[in-house]
Each structure stands twice: as C-alpha cells, then as structure tokens.
Design a protein. Structure first.
Length: 272
C-alpha cells in the first residue's frame, strides 16, 4: 500500500512574530506620580498611579505586569496585561486605598515584568482636620448607577463640569424615593448641611437636578427631617438647624427635574 508523506510545517509559520516579555529585558516599567499619598478614610479620594509599559525591543510583544504590596494597601488591580507595539507607552490606572485606622507609614508597591522591577513608595497620611464632616466618610445609598461610584458624592469634588468622573446617581430610573447619605462611626455634632446637585452649562439643575427632597439626620434609630425642598431648580442648597449629635445624615429624594435619576455632586455637613 502506498504511503502518503506528511508535509512538515515549520512551527514558526504557525506562531505570530511576538516576543515573550518574560524571557528578556525588552519592557521598561514606569509609574507616576511618586510618591503616592493616601488617607485612611473609606471614601477619601484614593491614591492614583498611572502604570506604564514600553516595549524597547524590535518586535511587538505581550507583557504581564505583576503588582503587589503590603497587606495594609488595597489595590484596584494586581495585574496589568497588554499587547505592546514597539516603542509605544501603554498605560493603565491603579488606585490605592487603606482601611480606616491604618497607622501613618510608608510602604512599597512592587511592579514587575519578567526580570524588571520597580518599587513605588506609598505614604499613609494621618486623617486631616476637616470642616466638612462628611468628606471621605462611608457613603450609603439606595442604589448606585454602574457608571458612578458610591463615594462620588462625598469625595470633595464639587465641580459639576466633572460629572461622570465624580458625583453619584441612583440606578433605578423613574423610581423614587432614592436615598444618599453617610453613616458615622461615632456620634458627630452637625448644624448645617449643604447639598449640591448636578448644575452645569451642559446639565443645568433646572433640567437635571434633584427637585423634591428632604434632609434628614438620625439619632439612635430615629430619623428627623431638618430640611424640606420642593420644586427646586437651584444647584446649591443649604439647611441650618440647632447643632445636634447624630449617627447619620441622608437625603430622601422624591423626584428630580427630569423625573429619571437623582444626581448629587456633593453632600456636605458642618458643625455650625
């Protein structure tokens, strides 16, 4: 019986011409800015790094950056993988937070690609004195839209023009009431609450802001309404009352001017 010879196909013809980054030193690592500073509050703006990988070889490559750090640091990612064209910087974000009560110290985050290593110092700062008693505290909400962050309404960013990068809105279109506020870890005395709803040239409060809402404070298990707003078309509103020690502050939003979503740029509270 006649045998048919098998044609051998060179393996190189089946594999794309992509170098393996872990076997050489052709990938440079970068991280900016340095050092990174973080504050141990649950909703305080996180420390932010921009990670970078640059392929200095002569062929495109695929690289995996491994990211590790001290157990007291919460990292938004532990790996950054990417296809790298030649001589092009490819970037990715890394956010760093630390739990409440973490002691001031400096720790390193280790970045590695193959045999390349970079250490980035992270400085944990003491909790700063704050006039705004809600800044960085743990936010709570009835729901949060997937495009936003729960902490967006207590992160200190009061610029409506940065809507999307900061701020909060709920996830239940046309369904009210919505709630947004802060739970304190211990009773805190407040006497003034400031509410900033979405109000920019592109998204004016009269069209997109919250319309009907109550400002409430909680002592023990009892909620007390300290401010009522109806038919609102303003972006900035303030309610003052006799200072009282409370366990929580919240907005109860009954309607918005577009009758769709509740949109908060920032919620603030002060002692007087």
């Amino acid at each position: 019986m006649k045998r048919t010879a098998l044609l051998a196909v060179p393996l190189a013809l089946l594999v794309p011409a992509v170098a393996v980054a872990s076997s050489n030193n052709q990938v440079e690592i970068s991280a900016t800015p340095q050092p990174v500073e973080v504050v141990p509050l649950p909703c305080f703006p996180s420390g932010k790094l921009t990670l970078g990988m640059t392929n200095t070889g002569r062929k495109p490559t695929i690289a995996d950056m491994r990211i590790s750090g001290d157990s007291s640091l919460a990292l938004s990612r532990h790996q950054f993988s990417s296809y790298l064209p030649v001589d092009q910087l490819v970037k990715a974000p890394l956010e760093i937070t630390v739990p409440r009560g973490t002691a001031p110290a400096t720790h390193d985050i280790d970045l590695s690609v193959g045999r390349e290593h970079v250490s980035v110092p992270v400085t944990i700062k003491p909790v700063p004195a704050r006039d705004n008693l809600l800044l960085g505290e743990q936010a709570v909400a009835s729901s949060t839209n997937g495009d936003m962050k729960l902490c967006g309404g207590v992160d200190g960013n009061t610029d409506s023009a940065q809507w999307g990068a900061s701020g909060w809105h709920d996830a239940t279109k046309g369904v009210f009431p919505d709630t947004y506020g802060v739970d304190f870890v211990q009773p805190t005395t407040i006497g003034r609450v400031v509410v900033q709803t979405l109000d920019s040239a592109k998204y004016p409060a009269a069209v997109m802001g919250i319309r009907d809402f109550d400002v409430q404070v909680r002592t023990g298990s009892t909620w007390t309404t300290v401010g009522e707003f109806r038919d609102n078309v303003q972006g900035l509103l303030t309610v003052t009352f006799a200072p009282v020690a409370v366990d929580a502050v919240q907005l109860v939003i009954h309607d918005s001017n577009d009758h769709g979503y509740s949109r908060i740029i920032e919620l603030e509270a002060y002692g007087n």
